[in-house]
Design a protein around this ligand. Structure first.
Ligand SMILES: [Zn+2]
Ligand SMILES: [Zn+2]
Length: 162
């Protein structure tokens, strides 16, 4: 999403209103852990020149992003509602101002620390990889019986002492 810098010379700020899709994000500078949903993100806001070398970028970004659940890795919708209010440097030679890097930075700064597909997600079994939300695997039972067999001999010893 590029604006001609000449458009920013007017008295009224440039009114941004566009959608951003995952293919728009080049993401050279940031490793975004989420991806934009097919509907895209809605970006609105105002862009105006602060001075010869700086553009004020005042954006509001809403929409759905998809993040991997921290426990089971399932792609999980996450509702975004972010504000971005940053001065951005421009050079005299720039004839266009690209809003996409601002959007990228905003998404990066606001990335959620941890997304869960549901609060009580059971995750995946570290042993066999089964999704424990949809199936139970035998690993836990094995672990339990191992625990039992570890405890049993001690119990035997205790019994003898008694
Ligand atoms: Zn999950
Ligand atoms: Zn398992």
């Amino acid at each position: 999403m590029k604006i001609e810098v000449s458009q920013l010379h007017g008295k009224t700020p440039y009114q941004a209103d566009f959608r951003v899709y995952s293919e728009d994000i080049v993401d050279d500078n940031h490793e975004l852990s989420g991806e934009i949903s097919d509907q895209g993100l809605h970006v609105t806001g105002q862009i105006f020149l602060l001075n010869r070398h700086q553009v004020m970028c005042d954006l509001h970004i809403t929409g759905i992003m998809l993040f991997k659940c921290a426990r089971c890795l399932k792609l999980t919708p996450y509702s975004c509602d972010y504000g971005y209010h940053e001065p951005v440097d421009i050079k005299d030679s720039d004839s266009y101002f690209d809003l996409i890097p601002c959007v990228e930075e905003c998404l990066y700064i606001n990335e959620p620390f941890r997304v869960l597909c549901k609060p009580d997600c059971k995750g995946i079994c570290p042993k066999c990889g089964a999704d424990l939300n949809v199936q139970t695997c035998q690993c836990k039972n094995e672990a339990d019986s191992q625990n039992n067999s570890e405890i049993d001999p001690r119990m035997e010893v205790l019994k003898k002492l008694l």
